[in-house]
Ligand binder design. Structure first.
Ligand code: CA
Length: 303
């Protein structure tokens, strides 16, 4: 099957010279013409404005796993210790929920809004414990539900274009699973594996979907992002990157034609850092040949 993959080598740029320890969570903000991403370990939210090239950093003073834009322009975020609203301009935090206060070794990780504007985010152990994470759903009334239990490193989330399927990654499984998804209630069922990763290509990490319903997956330890057909499980193409730890990707730009890709340098040796001096950068592939969809905003008001 791999013989038929279409390997593409387009122009890959770095967005700016900032390098994260653990870059993650890219989100395109169309209202501001900005790309926003995270450094999980440093607890920073970074924003680079494409219009005026201004780079801005907001510290949240603890680890941050993921965030989504709110309708009012602020953020809903999954921090180390729980879910919060974050004022985009002042950095002020407003606690929403701490569902794992009894699991102090856990932290929140990847998250995203579903097509109904509810924020989903999962957790993981910071001590490499298996099966102690969960995936939560926060609705606009700030009610929290557990949606998936006993996961290890909760990562990529994407919903199908017809809003009937949730795709999900628990990284150590090397698999992408699908669930039937109910748009009205958010309930999921009928879990099945739709994609299996070759272990030699790294771990599946962050994920997004394009306008053809194909999944884009970042390879932690695999030097690439790849495009997959979740209906057949087939790998369709990939973009190679000059860094080993590729963490997440999303489409941005005026028509969502640019692919933004985050990466990490955490855990690399000095020798490895010499071999991949751009590790931790935010990359962009302008006019990558595919299009994405706008990120869904959280249908609730934080401030
Ligand atoms: Ca991740």
């Amino acid at each position: 099957m791999s013989n038929h993959q279409n390997e593409i080598t387009p122009l890959i740029h770095i967005v700016n010279h900032y390098q994260c320890e653990l870059g993650e969570g890219p989100v395109w903000d169309a209202k501001r013409n900005s790309i926003i991403w995270l450094d999980i370990i440093k607890g920073n939210i970074h924003e680079y404005n494409i219009t005026n090239s201004v780079f801005n950093t907001t510290s949240v003073h603890q680890m941050i796993g993921s965030f989504a834009l709110c309708e009012d322009g602020h953020f809903v975020a999954a921090l180390q210790q729980g879910l919060y609203f974050i004022n985009k301009f002042t950095g002020e935090q407003k606690l929403i929920a701490q569902p794992e206060i009894h699991l102090p070794q856990n932290r929140f990780n990847d998250g995203k809004c579903d097509p109904a504007g509810r924020f989903w985010a999962g957790t993981m152990s910071t001590k490499d414990e298996e099966g102690v994470g969960n995936v939560y759903m926060l609705d606009k009334k700030e009610q929290l539900s557990i949606m998936i239990e006993q996961v290890t490193i909760s990562n990529g989330l994407a919903w199908s274009l017809d809003h009937k399927t949730l795709y999900y990654i628990d990284t150590p499984t090397y698999a992408i699973v699908a669930y039937d998804y109910d748009l009205v209630s958010g309930q999921i069922n009928n879990k099945r594996v739709v994609i299996n990763f070759e272990k030699s290509e790294g771990y599946p990490d962050g994920m997004t979907i394009d306008t053809e319903g194909m999944l884009w997956i970042a390879h932690w330890g695999g030097w690439q992002v790849s495009r997959w057909d979740p209906n057949t499980g087939q790998k369709l193409s990939h973009f190679k990157l000059p860094v080993e730890k590729v963490t997440s990707c999303t489409f941005g730009g005026e028509n969502y034609t640019d692919l933004y890709i985050t990466s990490a340098k955490v855990g690399l040796t000095d020798q490895e850092l010499q071999q991949q001096p751009l590790a931790g950068s935010l990359f962009v592939i302008p006019f990558c040949g595919f299009k994405g969809i706008a990120p869904i905003e959280f249908q609730g008001v934080g401030f």
